[in-house]
Design a protein around this ligand. Structure first.
Ligand code: E4P
Length: 221
């Protein structure tokens, strides 16, 4: 399973990129709004910050509700950073979003169909040609459903039918989500930097480092 970072914050993205585990970035209107910056400018900055990743998702704005509006916006977004091939157009899981997805797929543009909460939605997105489909596990857990189970079912369905869309486990909230979606067959987990930091740590690692340091100091003084 690969890691994307779920953030529009440049510092967080730089920190994750620096440690060399990053394969992509996902943003959404809420994450961009939190930064108080112009959407297109931030996407350009992100693309320039992480040149070696496979994908940077830029979501069509929430006022683009028709396929025509989404396609028009996508046609502008794909020009950012001189037509950067890493840009991935993130589209909502609606009939209009699917139409825009098919249009972009035919043009050879990467797509990420977002806000997926059922296996059937994932199937439709895959059939529309989505490069990535994003089931939101945390938000399902929030309503007492099993988000990881959804990821597992989508992974099985894609395997059975040979569907090529990659599953991005999204709305990942904690380390256990990461382990469980990896085991469930997600191709990618998109995670906030705080979760990347959390999964890098273990108290025994810290204790072990302290002991090595103490032993070293004793032996060398
Ligand atoms: C994914 O692409 C979304 O940006 C994200 O994972 C949503 O997460 P949230 O449910 O924590 O807002």
């Amino acid at each position: 399973m690969k890691f994307f970072i779920d953030s529009a914050n440049l510092d967080a993205i730089k920190k994750a990129y620096k440690i060399g585990v990053l394969s992509g970035v996902t943003t959404n209107p809420s994450l961009v709004a939190k930064e108080g910056v112009k959407f297109e400018d931030r996407i350009a900055e992100i693309l320039q910050t992480v040149p070696e990743v496979e994908s940077v998702s830029a979501e069509v704005t929430p006022d683009a509700l028709t396929a025509a509006d989404m396609m028009a916006q996508a046609d502008e977004l794909i020009k950012i950073n001189g037509g950067d091939k890493n840009i991935t157009i993130k589209l909502p899981m609606t009939l209009e979003g699917l139409e825009a997805c098919r249009y972009l797929t035919k043009k050879g543009v990467k797509t990420n169909v977002t806000l997926i909460f059922t296996v059937n939605q994932a199937l439709l997105a895959a059939r529309a040609g989505a490069t990535y489909v994003s089931p939101f596990l945390g938000r399902l857990d929030d309503i007492s459903e099993d988000g990881v189970q959804l990821v597992a079912k989508v992974a099985e369905l894609f395997r059975i039918h040979g569907l090529e869309s990659q599953i991005i486990a999204a709305s990942v909230r904690h380390p256990d989500h990461v382990t469980r979606v990896a085991m469930a067959g997600a191709h990618i987990a998109t995670v906030p930097f705080a979760v990347i930091e959390q999964i890098s740590k273990h108290p025994l690692t810290d204790q072990g480092m302290d002991k090595f340091a103490a032993d070293w100091q004793n032996a060398t003084k």
